[in-house]
Design a protein around this ligand. Structure first.
Ligand code: SF4
Length: 292
């Protein structure tokens, strides 16, 4: 048996940066430190932060003092206003790539045209982005929704930074048919694109693939969907001990990949679990993209 870890997987630049800012803030501040929402979509990391006295908070009415860290997904201008009014210190860990998308939406909102945002309406990044659109933003989650839009003279379209590129392409294709002048902004971040590419390449050359990460992580879920389309034996697991003998039965090559919020330890633990459980069959481990 061979274990292959996707070349591009695990924590992205924006999440690493947010974790570093949290660490620095904890060192600097003796007072209460909160993150607005879970810092990253990974239950193990959140539990670890709780132990260090960094609490995840969803309701700003509940705090009157302390420091609030804005996570990498960013927030709408309304959230900054609330915190500023309360004179609460803000540590802004919004990923610079997300910041750039917020600025783009803000600039597009100054024009008299629709802004189509391809993303999950419940995702924090989208909730933040829509706040910059001055009510001109329309969130589209599926190609079908795009096909149901009325014809328009002008529109702009952009994507959640972690969007599945095939979905984005299909929405753009649907919009072209109903828009005279369509401006397309590919705002899917490079980290997301390389992770999706590595995972789909890996899915085409292994027998079984594990996607490791929080079930609430949007980008990890997309990696799972991408892999599952190619390889039915794809499993979405949160921890190494979710791997069962049935899942790997008969597999000669096992692939592992993780989303932008999956810590490297989670991937290493999964490799170790496969190694120890299937010692007699274990042959080698690589961290490369396999060749077809
Ligand atoms: S996935 Fe991309 S945009 Fe999102 S936090 Fe990571 S680097 Fe930033």
């Amino acid at each position: 048996m061979e274990v292959i870890v996707a070349k591009n997987s695990g924590l992205c630049y924006g999440v690493k940066r947010a974790l570093r800012l949290v660490k620095e803030t904890r060192k600097r501040k003796m007072e209460k430190v909160f993150t607005f929402g879970d810092l990253i979509h990974n239950p193990q990391v959140i539990a670890d932060l709780e132990k260090k006295g960094i609490h995840s908070l969803n309701d700003l009415d509940l705090i009157e003092e302390g420091t609030v860290i804005i996570r990498s997904h960013g927030v709408s201008p309304r959230i900054y206003n609330i915190l500023e009014k309360k004179q609460i210190e803000i540590v802004d860990a919004t990923c610079p790539i997300v910041k750039k998308i917020q600025k783009l939406v803000e600039a597009l909102a100054k024009k008299e045209e629709e802004i189509i945002i391809v993303g999950n309406k419940l995702h924090p990044e989208i909730k933040g982005l829509i706040g910059y659109s001055k009510k001109k933003g329309i969130i589209i989650e599926t190609e079908r929704q795009a096909r149901n839009l009325p014809p328009q003279k002008k529109r702009s379209v952009l994507a959640q930074s972690t969007q599945d590129r095939f979905l984005f392409i299909s929405v753009v294709a649907a919009l072209i048919e109903r828009t005279e002048e369509l401006k397309v902004y590919n705002t899917i971040c490079q980290s997301t694109q390389t992770r999706q590419k590595s995972t789909s390449e890996l899915a085409s050359c292994v027998d079984t693939l594990f996607i490791i990460g929080g079930k609430n992580s949007s980008n990890t879920k997309k990696l799972y969907q991408i892999s599952k389309r190619i390889l039915p034996h794809t499993y979405f697991i949160e921890k190494a001990n979710h791997i069962t003998p049935k899942m790997v039965k008969g597999a000669k090559k096992i692939g592992l990949s993780g989303g932008a919020s999956t810590p490297p330890e989670a991937i290493q633990e999964a490799v170790a679990k496969i190694k120890s459980s299937y010692k007699h069959q274990y042959h080698s481990e690589k961290r490369v993209q396999c060749q077809n």
